[in-house]
Design a protein around this ligand. Structure first.
Ligand code: ATP
Length: 247
């Protein structure tokens, strides 16, 4: 995925201020930054959900905004805050998504069964998604993102609310996916996770790129956590306000 000169303004606020990013094919790419840095806005523009004010995004040479149908076939997207058709059961939702991508009915059925098993959602397959917990909802949305076997997976905070066993299973799937040539871009606040799973990382703040490259290049001999704090700043060393102290 190649992002060039991406800009998004909301009124006076510039959420993304001319971002360039190259995500190599087959990489596991982490996108990190403080709250409000512009991660979700960037990923929404990169996946065709939010129209940029300027700039372009190409995926395997396909322009996301001038060739949206071709681009969306290539992308599996787990977006933050996008509503699902949650009156459907988990099984219906994954099936529906697969059929929207034009998969044959028997392929959709087999893939849906595989994905519900991997996500440990078999028992909840017949339950409406509206009744799912936050973690279950995240997992069924991830199943929907995977069902058409996309070449690029764009995951906004995929492990938020997901229990450790499910997270480990999902990590295994994603590792297998990149090992077989798929590309993953993942936004996360967990530096441990990014350092463990990603081979590349970009640090953004206030809609600008502060650093990008392989994880080892960016962390430059420190932990990613320490390097992130050094790049982004904003640590408060005081012990908090006086009125909050209990003794
Ligand atoms: N629809 C919107 N209308 C107005 N401002 C918005 C909108 N969406 C995002 N913003 C603003 O753009 C900036 C970037 O937001 P964004 O959600 O992309 O950040 P983020 O890096 O994903 O943050 P977080 O880590 O907290 O999820 C923030 O200042 C946010 O308030």
């Amino acid at each position: 995925m190649q992002i060039t000169g991406l800009v998004k303004r909301f009124g006076q606020k510039t959420a993304v201020a001319g971002l360039d990013l190259e995500v190599p094919s087959g990489s596991f790419y982490g996108l990190v930054g403080p709250n409000g840095a512009g991660k979700t806005t960037t990923l929404s523009m990169a996946t065709g959900l939010l129209r940029p004010d300027a700039g372009a995004v190409r995926i395997h040479g396909v322009d996301v905004w001038t060739q949206p149908v071709e681009a969306k076939r290539l992308i599996g997207n787990l977006a933050d805050g996008v509503r699902l058709f949650d009156r459907l059961t988990g099984e219906q939702l994954v099936t529906y998504t697969g059929m929207m991508f034009g998969l044959a009915r028997e392929d959709v059925a087999a893939r849906t069964a595989d994905l519900l098993r991997i996500m440990d959602l078999q028992e909840a397959a017949g339950t409406p998604v509206v009744d799912y917990s936050a973690g279950m909802t995240k997992k069924v949305a991830l199943a929907c993102a995977l069902v058409h076997a996309p070449r690029l997976l764009v995951l906004d905070e995929p492990f938020e609310s997901v229990d450790p066993v499910s997270a480990a299973n999902i990590e295994d799937i994603l590792r297998g996916y990149t090992a077989s040539g798929g590309t993953v871009i993942v936004s996360s606040h967990s530096m441990d996770l990014v350092q463990r799973m990603c081979d590349h990382v970009a640090v953004i703040a206030q809609g600008r790129l502060l650093a990008s490259g392989t994880v080892d290049q960016v962390r430059a001999g420190q932990t990613l956590q320490d390097r992130f704090v050094e790049l982004v700043g904003g640590r408060h060393h005081a012990e908090g306000p006086q009125w909050l102290r209990q003794s």
